[in-house]
Design a binder for this molecule. Structure first.
Ligand SMILES: *Cc1c(COP(=O)(O)O)cnc(C)c1O
Length: 373
Protein backbone atom coordinates (compact mmCIF):
# COMPACT_ATOMS: atom_id res chain seq x y z
CA UNK A 1 0.00 0.00 0.00
CA UNK A 2 1.41 3.26 -1.10
CA UNK A 3 -0.49 6.00 0.64
CA UNK A 4 2.22 8.55 1.34
CA UNK A 5 2.56 9.50 -2.30
CA UNK A 6 -0.48 9.35 -4.42
CA UNK A 7 -0.34 6.61 -6.88
CA UNK A 8 -3.98 6.43 -7.66
CA UNK A 9 -3.85 3.23 -9.64
CA UNK A 10 -2.24 1.41 -6.73
CA UNK A 11 -4.53 2.82 -4.11
CA UNK A 12 -7.42 0.93 -5.66
CA UNK A 13 -7.48 -1.94 -3.17
CA UNK A 14 -7.42 0.41 -0.27
CA UNK A 15 -10.53 2.42 0.27
CA UNK A 16 -13.33 2.02 -2.20
CA UNK A 17 -16.89 2.84 -1.24
CA UNK A 18 -20.45 2.72 -2.44
CA UNK A 19 -20.31 6.37 -3.50
CA UNK A 20 -17.94 9.33 -3.48
CA UNK A 21 -19.88 10.90 -0.63
CA UNK A 22 -19.28 7.79 1.50
CA UNK A 23 -15.53 8.23 0.92
CA UNK A 24 -15.82 11.87 2.04
CA UNK A 25 -17.87 10.85 5.08
CA UNK A 26 -15.23 8.29 6.10
CA UNK A 27 -12.46 10.88 5.67
CA UNK A 28 -14.36 13.38 7.84
CA UNK A 29 -15.00 10.78 10.55
CA UNK A 30 -11.37 9.78 10.56
CA UNK A 31 -10.48 13.45 11.09
CA UNK A 32 -12.69 13.31 14.22
CA UNK A 33 -15.19 15.79 12.82
CA UNK A 34 -18.14 15.91 15.18
CA UNK A 35 -21.34 17.73 16.15
CA UNK A 36 -20.85 21.48 16.36
CA UNK A 37 -17.88 21.48 13.98
CA UNK A 38 -18.01 23.34 10.69
CA UNK A 39 -16.65 22.07 7.43
CA UNK A 40 -15.98 24.48 4.58
CA UNK A 41 -16.98 23.63 1.04
CA UNK A 42 -17.56 25.85 -1.96
CA UNK A 43 -20.96 26.94 -3.24
CA UNK A 44 -21.47 25.72 -6.83
CA UNK A 45 -21.22 22.10 -5.75
CA UNK A 46 -23.54 19.12 -5.58
CA UNK A 47 -25.63 17.95 -2.64
CA UNK A 48 -23.41 14.88 -2.13
CA UNK A 49 -20.85 17.08 -0.36
CA UNK A 50 -23.08 18.70 2.31
CA UNK A 51 -24.87 15.36 2.68
CA UNK A 52 -21.59 13.73 3.78
CA UNK A 53 -20.71 16.67 6.07
CA UNK A 54 -24.09 16.49 7.76
CA UNK A 55 -23.98 12.70 8.02
CA UNK A 56 -20.76 13.18 9.99
CA UNK A 57 -22.72 15.50 12.31
CA UNK A 58 -21.07 18.76 11.21
CA UNK A 59 -22.43 21.87 9.54
CA UNK A 60 -21.45 22.89 6.01
CA UNK A 61 -20.11 26.43 5.59
CA UNK A 62 -20.09 27.77 2.01
CA UNK A 63 -17.33 29.79 0.37
CA UNK A 64 -18.08 31.70 -2.82
CA UNK A 65 -16.33 30.97 -6.12
CA UNK A 66 -14.03 33.26 -8.10
CA UNK A 67 -15.51 36.15 -10.09
CA UNK A 68 -14.76 34.59 -13.47
CA UNK A 69 -14.27 30.94 -12.58
CA UNK A 70 -15.80 27.85 -10.99
CA UNK A 71 -13.51 27.21 -8.00
CA UNK A 72 -13.17 28.49 -4.45
CA UNK A 73 -12.32 32.18 -4.00
CA UNK A 74 -9.39 32.51 -1.60
CA UNK A 75 -10.41 35.94 -0.26
CA UNK A 76 -13.85 34.66 0.69
CA UNK A 77 -12.25 31.54 2.19
CA UNK A 78 -10.22 33.76 4.51
CA UNK A 79 -13.41 35.53 5.64
CA UNK A 80 -15.22 32.27 6.39
CA UNK A 81 -12.53 30.67 8.57
CA UNK A 82 -13.49 30.61 12.25
CA UNK A 83 -12.32 28.53 15.20
CA UNK A 84 -15.16 26.07 14.55
CA UNK A 85 -13.93 25.21 11.06
CA UNK A 86 -12.29 21.77 11.27
CA UNK A 87 -11.77 20.92 7.58
CA UNK A 88 -11.73 22.59 4.16
CA UNK A 89 -12.99 20.68 1.11
CA UNK A 90 -11.47 22.01 -2.10
CA UNK A 91 -13.25 21.13 -5.34
CA UNK A 92 -11.49 21.03 -8.72
CA UNK A 93 -14.61 21.91 -10.68
CA UNK A 94 -14.95 20.35 -14.18
CA UNK A 95 -11.31 19.29 -13.77
CA UNK A 96 -9.90 22.81 -13.39
CA UNK A 97 -7.45 22.71 -10.47
CA UNK A 98 -8.24 25.14 -7.64
CA UNK A 99 -5.72 27.78 -6.51
CA UNK A 100 -3.92 25.28 -4.27
CA UNK A 101 -0.95 27.54 -3.51
CA UNK A 102 -2.86 30.23 -1.64
CA UNK A 103 -5.50 27.84 -0.26
CA UNK A 104 -2.87 25.58 1.31
CA UNK A 105 -0.92 28.42 2.87
CA UNK A 106 -4.10 29.87 4.38
CA UNK A 107 -5.18 26.45 5.67
CA UNK A 108 -1.79 25.68 7.21
CA UNK A 109 -1.70 29.11 8.89
CA UNK A 110 -4.90 28.12 10.69
CA UNK A 111 -3.87 24.48 11.02
CA UNK A 112 -6.98 23.21 9.21
CA UNK A 113 -6.76 19.99 7.15
CA UNK A 114 -7.57 20.22 3.43
CA UNK A 115 -9.54 17.52 1.60
CA UNK A 116 -9.55 17.55 -2.21
CA UNK A 117 -12.77 16.79 -4.08
CA UNK A 118 -11.37 15.09 -7.20
CA UNK A 119 -14.73 13.78 -8.43
CA UNK A 120 -14.31 15.69 -11.70
CA UNK A 121 -10.74 14.75 -12.44
CA UNK A 122 -8.03 12.20 -11.89
CA UNK A 123 -5.33 13.65 -14.10
CA UNK A 124 -5.36 17.45 -13.78
CA UNK A 125 -2.20 19.08 -12.50
CA UNK A 126 -1.41 22.18 -10.50
CA UNK A 127 2.16 23.51 -10.89
CA UNK A 128 3.12 20.15 -12.37
CA UNK A 129 1.71 18.06 -9.51
CA UNK A 130 -1.33 15.89 -9.92
CA UNK A 131 -4.45 16.91 -7.98
CA UNK A 132 -5.12 14.69 -5.00
CA UNK A 133 -1.55 15.15 -3.75
CA UNK A 134 -2.09 18.44 -1.95
CA UNK A 135 -4.50 17.71 0.88
CA UNK A 136 -4.43 15.19 3.75
CA UNK A 137 -6.89 13.18 1.66
CA UNK A 138 -8.82 13.25 -1.59
CA UNK A 139 -11.95 11.53 -2.85
CA UNK A 140 -13.29 10.35 -6.22
CA UNK A 141 -16.61 9.29 -7.74
CA UNK A 142 -17.38 6.82 -10.56
CA UNK A 143 -21.01 7.42 -11.39
CA UNK A 144 -22.57 8.89 -14.54
CA UNK A 145 -20.91 12.03 -15.77
CA UNK A 146 -17.59 11.40 -14.01
CA UNK A 147 -14.25 10.75 -15.74
CA UNK A 148 -14.41 7.00 -15.03
CA UNK A 149 -17.88 5.48 -15.12
CA UNK A 150 -18.46 2.10 -13.47
CA UNK A 151 -22.11 2.69 -12.51
CA UNK A 152 -21.76 3.89 -8.94
CA UNK A 153 -18.87 4.13 -6.49
CA UNK A 154 -16.18 6.26 -4.98
CA UNK A 155 -12.79 6.08 -3.36
CA UNK A 156 -10.60 7.81 -0.83
CA UNK A 157 -6.87 8.36 -1.16
CA UNK A 158 -5.06 9.22 2.07
CA UNK A 159 -1.81 11.20 2.33
CA UNK A 160 -1.40 11.17 6.08
CA UNK A 161 -0.20 8.25 8.15
CA UNK A 162 -2.31 8.88 11.25
CA UNK A 163 -5.43 9.44 9.19
CA UNK A 164 -4.68 6.27 7.29
CA UNK A 165 -4.62 4.17 10.45
CA UNK A 166 -8.04 5.46 11.42
CA UNK A 167 -9.74 5.10 8.08
CA UNK A 168 -8.33 1.58 7.71
CA UNK A 169 -9.87 0.55 11.01
CA UNK A 170 -13.24 1.96 10.08
CA UNK A 171 -13.08 0.38 6.61
CA UNK A 172 -12.88 -3.10 8.09
CA UNK A 173 -16.25 -2.59 9.74
CA UNK A 174 -18.18 -1.63 6.59
CA UNK A 175 -20.72 -3.86 4.86
CA UNK A 176 -21.94 -4.28 1.28
CA UNK A 177 -25.17 -3.27 -0.45
CA UNK A 178 -27.90 -5.90 -0.84
CA UNK A 179 -28.02 -8.23 -3.82
CA UNK A 180 -31.08 -6.42 -5.17
CA UNK A 181 -29.21 -3.15 -5.09
CA UNK A 182 -26.33 -4.73 -6.97
CA UNK A 183 -28.64 -6.10 -9.64
CA UNK A 184 -30.22 -2.69 -10.10
CA UNK A 185 -26.80 -1.03 -10.42
CA UNK A 186 -25.76 -3.65 -12.96
CA UNK A 187 -28.91 -3.30 -15.10
CA UNK A 188 -28.56 0.45 -15.08
CA UNK A 189 -24.93 0.24 -16.10
CA UNK A 190 -25.75 -2.12 -18.97
CA UNK A 191 -28.55 0.16 -20.16
CA UNK A 192 -26.28 3.18 -19.94
CA UNK A 193 -23.37 1.62 -21.78
CA UNK A 194 -25.59 0.27 -24.56
CA UNK A 195 -27.55 3.45 -25.20
CA UNK A 196 -25.45 6.45 -24.24
CA UNK A 197 -23.90 8.64 -26.88
CA UNK A 198 -23.87 12.42 -26.91
CA UNK A 199 -26.45 12.50 -29.73
CA UNK A 200 -28.97 10.75 -27.46
CA UNK A 201 -28.34 12.82 -24.34
CA UNK A 202 -31.74 14.50 -24.18
CA UNK A 203 -34.01 11.44 -24.63
CA UNK A 204 -31.85 9.39 -22.23
CA UNK A 205 -31.99 12.14 -19.65
CA UNK A 206 -35.75 12.22 -19.99
CA UNK A 207 -36.12 8.46 -19.51
CA UNK A 208 -33.66 8.37 -16.62
CA UNK A 209 -35.49 11.16 -14.76
CA UNK A 210 -38.78 9.40 -15.40
CA UNK A 211 -37.50 6.09 -13.98
CA UNK A 212 -35.81 7.93 -11.12
CA UNK A 213 -39.08 9.55 -10.14
CA UNK A 214 -40.70 6.14 -10.13
CA UNK A 215 -37.79 5.01 -7.90
CA UNK A 216 -36.87 2.34 -10.43
CA UNK A 217 -33.50 3.86 -11.25
CA UNK A 218 -30.79 4.62 -8.70
CA UNK A 219 -30.71 8.42 -8.73
CA UNK A 220 -27.78 10.60 -7.70
CA UNK A 221 -29.84 12.59 -5.26
CA UNK A 222 -31.88 11.53 -2.28
CA UNK A 223 -34.94 13.37 -1.15
CA UNK A 224 -33.76 15.48 1.76
CA UNK A 225 -35.11 14.61 5.16
CA UNK A 226 -33.90 14.97 8.71
CA UNK A 227 -31.93 11.72 8.64
CA UNK A 228 -28.67 12.12 6.74
CA UNK A 229 -26.95 9.06 8.11
CA UNK A 230 -28.65 6.78 5.61
CA UNK A 231 -27.59 3.14 5.40
CA UNK A 232 -25.48 3.87 2.29
CA UNK A 233 -22.88 5.56 4.48
CA UNK A 234 -21.96 2.14 5.86
CA UNK A 235 -21.23 0.49 2.51
CA UNK A 236 -18.06 -0.33 0.64
CA UNK A 237 -17.79 -0.93 -3.09
CA UNK A 238 -19.04 -4.37 -4.17
CA UNK A 239 -16.42 -6.68 -5.71
CA UNK A 240 -17.84 -6.67 -9.25
CA UNK A 241 -17.49 -2.88 -9.32
CA UNK A 242 -13.92 -3.07 -8.00
CA UNK A 243 -13.02 -5.32 -10.93
CA UNK A 244 -14.67 -2.94 -13.37
CA UNK A 245 -12.78 -0.02 -11.84
CA UNK A 246 -9.48 -1.88 -12.25
CA UNK A 247 -10.26 -2.46 -15.94
CA UNK A 248 -11.26 1.17 -16.51
CA UNK A 249 -8.15 2.47 -14.79
CA UNK A 250 -6.05 0.69 -17.40
CA UNK A 251 -7.65 2.88 -20.05
CA UNK A 252 -7.34 6.09 -18.09
CA UNK A 253 -4.38 7.49 -20.04
CA UNK A 254 -6.02 6.85 -23.37
CA UNK A 255 -9.21 8.43 -22.13
CA UNK A 256 -7.33 11.44 -20.79
CA UNK A 257 -5.68 11.99 -24.19
CA UNK A 258 -9.07 11.81 -25.85
CA UNK A 259 -10.62 14.29 -23.43
CA UNK A 260 -7.68 16.65 -24.02
CA UNK A 261 -8.15 16.41 -27.78
CA UNK A 262 -11.89 17.14 -27.52
CA UNK A 263 -11.37 20.11 -25.16
CA UNK A 264 -8.64 21.56 -27.37
CA UNK A 265 -10.92 21.33 -30.39
CA UNK A 266 -13.67 23.19 -28.53
CA UNK A 267 -11.19 25.81 -27.33
CA UNK A 268 -9.67 26.42 -30.75
CA UNK A 269 -12.79 26.23 -32.89
CA UNK A 270 -15.56 27.79 -30.84
CA UNK A 271 -15.17 31.53 -31.29
CA UNK A 272 -18.40 33.25 -30.48
CA UNK A 273 -18.65 36.58 -28.75
CA UNK A 274 -20.73 36.19 -25.61
CA UNK A 275 -19.27 32.75 -24.88
CA UNK A 276 -16.38 32.82 -22.41
CA UNK A 277 -13.95 29.89 -22.40
CA UNK A 278 -12.48 28.71 -19.08
CA UNK A 279 -9.41 30.75 -18.25
CA UNK A 280 -5.98 29.18 -18.41
CA UNK A 281 -2.70 30.08 -16.80
CA UNK A 282 0.67 28.41 -16.52
CA UNK A 283 -0.03 26.97 -13.06
CA UNK A 284 -2.93 24.82 -14.15
CA UNK A 285 -3.21 21.88 -16.47
CA UNK A 286 -6.90 20.94 -16.63
CA UNK A 287 -8.21 17.61 -17.85
CA UNK A 288 -11.87 18.50 -18.34
CA UNK A 289 -14.65 16.10 -17.36
CA UNK A 290 -16.88 18.53 -19.27
CA UNK A 291 -15.87 21.71 -21.07
CA UNK A 292 -17.60 24.76 -19.57
CA UNK A 293 -18.58 28.12 -21.04
CA UNK A 294 -19.94 31.22 -19.36
CA UNK A 295 -22.82 32.60 -21.40
CA UNK A 296 -25.35 35.38 -20.97
CA UNK A 297 -28.00 33.32 -22.75
CA UNK A 298 -27.93 30.05 -20.85
CA UNK A 299 -31.63 29.20 -21.08
CA UNK A 300 -31.83 29.95 -24.78
CA UNK A 301 -28.69 27.89 -25.47
CA UNK A 302 -30.08 24.90 -23.58
CA UNK A 303 -33.42 25.10 -25.41
CA UNK A 304 -31.71 25.34 -28.79
CA UNK A 305 -29.38 22.45 -27.93
CA UNK A 306 -32.40 20.30 -27.08
CA UNK A 307 -34.01 20.92 -30.45
CA UNK A 308 -30.70 20.43 -32.30
CA UNK A 309 -29.88 17.19 -30.45
CA UNK A 310 -26.64 18.55 -28.99
CA UNK A 311 -25.58 17.39 -25.55
CA UNK A 312 -25.25 20.58 -23.53
CA UNK A 313 -25.51 20.16 -19.78
CA UNK A 314 -26.76 22.83 -17.39
CA UNK A 315 -25.16 21.82 -14.10
CA UNK A 316 -24.70 23.32 -11.71
CA UNK A 317 -28.09 24.97 -11.76
CA UNK A 318 -28.17 25.96 -8.11
CA UNK A 319 -25.40 26.69 -5.58
CA UNK A 320 -26.00 23.23 -4.03
CA UNK A 321 -27.19 21.27 -7.03
CA UNK A 322 -30.03 20.28 -7.47
CA UNK A 323 -31.55 21.89 -4.36
CA UNK A 324 -33.58 25.06 -4.49
CA UNK A 325 -35.70 27.24 -2.23
CA UNK A 326 -36.26 25.88 1.26
CA UNK A 327 -34.17 22.77 0.51
CA UNK A 328 -31.09 24.99 0.43
CA UNK A 329 -31.77 25.99 4.02
CA UNK A 330 -31.73 22.31 5.03
CA UNK A 331 -28.09 22.14 3.94
CA UNK A 332 -27.30 25.45 5.64
CA UNK A 333 -27.01 27.49 2.43
CA UNK A 334 -28.40 31.01 2.72
CA UNK A 335 -29.71 32.43 -0.53
CA UNK A 336 -27.72 35.53 -1.45
CA UNK A 337 -24.66 34.45 0.54
CA UNK A 338 -22.47 33.42 -2.43
CA UNK A 339 -23.16 35.91 -5.21
CA UNK A 340 -20.67 34.62 -7.78
CA UNK A 341 -21.90 31.04 -7.41
CA UNK A 342 -25.51 32.10 -7.85
CA UNK A 343 -24.63 34.16 -10.89
CA UNK A 344 -22.59 31.33 -12.44
CA UNK A 345 -25.57 28.94 -12.07
CA UNK A 346 -27.44 31.19 -14.50
CA UNK A 347 -24.52 31.35 -16.92
CA UNK A 348 -22.84 27.97 -17.22
CA UNK A 349 -23.27 25.42 -20.00
CA UNK A 350 -20.96 22.45 -20.62
CA UNK A 351 -20.08 20.23 -23.57
CA UNK A 352 -19.08 16.55 -23.10
CA UNK A 353 -15.47 15.34 -23.49
CA UNK A 354 -15.96 11.61 -22.78
CA UNK A 355 -14.81 8.72 -24.99
CA UNK A 356 -18.15 8.56 -26.84
CA UNK A 357 -17.56 12.05 -28.23
CA UNK A 358 -16.27 11.50 -31.75
CA UNK A 359 -15.03 13.81 -34.48
CA UNK A 360 -18.55 14.16 -35.90
CA UNK A 361 -20.06 15.26 -32.61
CA UNK A 362 -17.25 17.76 -32.08
CA UNK A 363 -17.92 19.27 -35.51
CA UNK A 364 -21.65 19.49 -34.86
CA UNK A 365 -21.11 21.01 -31.42
CA UNK A 366 -18.67 23.59 -32.80
CA UNK A 367 -21.06 24.55 -35.57
CA UNK A 368 -23.95 24.75 -33.13
CA UNK A 369 -22.13 26.93 -30.60
CA UNK A 370 -20.77 29.25 -33.29
CA UNK A 371 -24.26 29.72 -34.75
CA UNK A 372 -25.85 30.94 -31.50
CA UNK A 373 -26.78 34.49 -30.54
C1 LIG B 1 -20.26 13.40 -8.09
C2 LIG B 1 -19.69 14.32 -7.11
C3 LIG B 1 -19.53 13.96 -5.75
C4 LIG B 1 -19.89 12.63 -5.13
O1 LIG B 1 -20.80 11.89 -5.81
P1 LIG B 1 -21.35 10.47 -5.33
O2 LIG B 1 -22.70 10.43 -5.95
O3 LIG B 1 -21.46 10.45 -3.86
O4 LIG B 1 -20.42 9.42 -5.86
C5 LIG B 1 -18.93 14.89 -4.91
N1 LIG B 1 -18.53 16.09 -5.35
C6 LIG B 1 -18.67 16.47 -6.62
C7 LIG B 1 -18.20 17.82 -7.04
C8 LIG B 1 -19.27 15.62 -7.54
O5 LIG B 1 -19.41 16.00 -8.82
Amino acid sequence: MNYMSIDFENSLDNYVYYRGRVALYEILRSLDIKAGDRVITQAFTCVAVPEAIMAAGAKPEYVDIETNGFNMDVVDLQDKITKDVKAIIVQHTYGIPAEMGSILSLASKHDIPVIEDCCHTLKSKYRGIRVGNFGVASFYSYEWGKPLVIGIGGSAVINDEKLNEKIKLSYEGLSSPSILRKIRIQLQYLAFSSFYRPELYWPIKYVFNFLGNLRIAEGNYHPLGGDYASEEFGWKMPTFLKRRLARKLEKLDKQTNHSNWVSKSYRNKIKKTGLTHPKTDQDVHAVFVRYPFISKDKQELIENAKTSGIELADWYNTPVHPLSGVELEHVNYKIGSCKNAEKRCNEVVTLPTNQFVGRRFVERAVKFMNSQG
